[in-house]
Design a protein around this ligand. Structure first.
Ligand SMILES: [Zn+2]
Ligand SMILES: [Zn+2]
Length: 351
């Protein structure tokens, strides 16, 4: 089969790769579509794993089932989650499934920027979902990233009527904008440095859009929020500057959630007394998502609470993954970029 092998952000090669062979309890999936995630562009994170086949947001068709599999059959349209927890360790028993030691070890092989993947038995058991007819393969690629948003929003302490600030209006930020309304926000305020993205935020349900490159973000927020900062702040870009901005626009008693990891060399300077204590600010983080979140994200997409169609803007074949990475990094006029093996020259319509 063909696969896109990642060496670094500008060097992703279309290579021949052995077809995955499945064992008992496993599935072989023909990949239809797979989202390109912000994490797939974090060179510092991927450097020591390269060469590697990325792609962890896949949908496709079951082409072969391993011995003992009864839940799925060839021809089924499915979403596959790449990580599952053990369900029985200390962290799993506390519900911190993404902290489970096995969580990051149970991945699909070799990665979904390829024609076929093998799904391990644990994943088949706990986190493969049939796609309802109402969800296309492309829309189904949003299940994993939106599950990360679902996990995040449950931590963001949004109470009915709250003013929720979403920093960053890329794909993840726009997901938070939509779910903040579902979670009962009174006002949703989208922030970005890019007017094109802010317009998308307004179209997808933000009440206000503030370009913090053009005006002071806190002043603009206070003006539309009775002089207060936000009750809940969700920071989606992966830099310390964005986290500092999130702390600045947080109102008294607010929770500030940061969603994406800054480069490990970055440090955050905090004045615990002024920044946290006397304002009773809670600072939280969220990493990845688990089987509970994927099931919920699927329902939000199927029910139209998340407008999946409006968020998919670009499609590339396996031969153009590096172009996709560049587009995601540029953070310009794109929202979600997906990779489709069938768009690869020479791959086409093979069964
Ligand atoms: Zn992802
Ligand atoms: Zn566990």
């Amino acid at each position: 089969m063909k696969a896109a092998v990642y060496y670094h952000n500008k060097d992703v090669r279309l290579e021949d790769y052995p077809d995955p062979i499945i064992g008992p309890g496993e599935l072989k999936i023909k990949v239809d579509s797979c989202g390109l995630c912000g994490g797939d562009t974090m060179e510092w994170y991927l450097a020591d794993k390269a060469p590697i086949i990325l792609g962890h947001e896949p949908t496709g068709v079951v082409v072969e089932v391993g011995q003992g599999v009864t839940k799925f059959k060839p021809g089924d349209r499915v979403f596959v989650h790449h990580h599952v927890a053990c369900m029985s360790c200390h962290y799993c028993r506390r519900g911190s499934f993404t902290m489970c030691k096995e969580f990051t070890q149970t991945h699909i092989y070799p990665g979904a920027f390829a024609e076929y993947v093998r799904v391990p038995a644990e994943n088949v058991q706990h986190d493969v979902h049939l796609l309802p007819d109402s969800i296309s393969f492309e829309e189904g690629t949003l299940i994993e990233p939106m599950a990360c948003v679902v996990k995040g929003i449950k931590l963001a302490d949004i109470r009915p009527g709250d003013t929720v600030a979403v920093v960053g209006s890329g794909f993840i930020g726009l997901g938070f904008v939509q779910l903040a309304r579902v979670w009962g926000a009174g006002k949703v305020v989208a922030f970005d440095l890019n007017d094109w993205r802010l317009e998308r935020g307004l179209a997808l349900g933000a009440d206000f859009a503030i370009n913090s490159a053009k005006e002071d973000g806190l002043e603009a927020l206070e003006e539309i929020n009775e002089g207060r900062g936000a009750d809940s702040v969700i920071v989606t870009p992966n830099g310390v500057k964005a986290i500092e901005f999130g702390l600045k626009i947080a109102g008294k008693g607010a929770t500030v959630l940061f969603f994406a990891p800054p480069h490990p060399d970055e440090t955050l300077t905090l004045h615990p007394t002024a920044d946290l204590f006397f304002r009773e600010i809670t600072l939280k983080t969220t990493y990845s998502c688990h089987h509970v979140d994927t099931a919920q994200a699927l329902q939000f997409i199927a029910g139209g609470r998340i407008d999946a169609k409006a968020m998919i803007t670009h499609r590339f074949g396996l031969d153009r993954v590096a172009d996709g990475i560049a587009l995601v990094k540029e953070a310009g006029k794109s929202i979600k970029t997906i990779v489709k093996p069938a768009l690869t020259p020479g791959v086409g319509e093979t069964a």
